[in-house]
Design a protein around this ligand. Structure first.
Ligand SMILES: [Fe+2]
Ligand SMILES: [Fe+2]
Length: 200
């Protein structure tokens, strides 16, 4: 049971239960439960850093809405809805943020630009992230089920600094991608460069 509710002007009239019903249509149980944990973690971070708790919670709840949408549906949307065709060379790992927001807008009906931007950036980051973007990005990585060393270190950093936690997460993600022979989406590198310049 939870007592979380969202202001309807933020959800275009949808209740949290309506949104949860939509999530369940697109996600298996494990991924859905992860979304609930990221929602909770996002709200906690927003409270801690005095940011918008409802926007943070809503972005956390919906961030992986599009994670399991079939590749064929993604390809159609990328080809027909004005996306950069270079995206076709990537996969759902990248798409579910950048293109996922298209599905969230059209299937769920959430249109708040700040919420959508936070979701759009949650896998790649962006060189100029807002605190809300960083909350979604970090909450995904430090929700309670995350137990790896890098995740624990980011959780610790997030007690005092969102950008420190963001940098730790990026370093871990890049290290993982490179060490497992995976491509790096250019924006992820640009995000890393921007953050490292800020800290140096
Ligand atoms: Fe994700
Ligand atoms: Fe996630």
């Amino acid at each position: 049971m939870t007592d979380i509710t969202y202001p309807t002007e933020l959800t275009n009239g949808l209740s949290r239960d309506d949104i949860i019903a939509r999530l369940k249509e697109r996600l298996d149980d494990a991924r859905f439960e992860h979304c609930l944990r990221v929602e909770k973690t996002s709200r906690k971070l927003a409270k801690r850093f005095d940011e918008d708790i409802d926007r943070a919670g809503l972005a956390g709840l919906l961030h992986d809405y599009a994670k399991q949408i079939p590749v064929t549906e993604y390809r159609q949307v990328i080809q027909n809805e004005g996306f950069d065709q270079a995206l076709l060379a990537y996969g759902r790992g990248i798409w579910h943020g950048m293109v996922g927001v298209w599905f969230i807008e059209h299937e769920v009906g959430i249109t708040d630009p700040l919420v959508l931007q936070a979701i759009e950036r949650h896998t790649t980051g962006a060189p100029t992230m807002t605190p809300l973007d960083e909350i979604t990005f970090v909450a995904d990585f430090i929700e309670p089920a995350r137990k790896l060393d890098g995740e624990v270190a980011a959780r610790k950093a997030a007690e005092t600094s969102l950008s420190d936690a963001t940098l730790i997460e990026l370093q871990n993600t890049l290290t993982y991608l490179v060490s497992t022979n995976k491509v790096v989406y250019p924006q992820t590198l640009l995000t890393y460069n921007a953050l490292i310049r800020q800290t140096n």
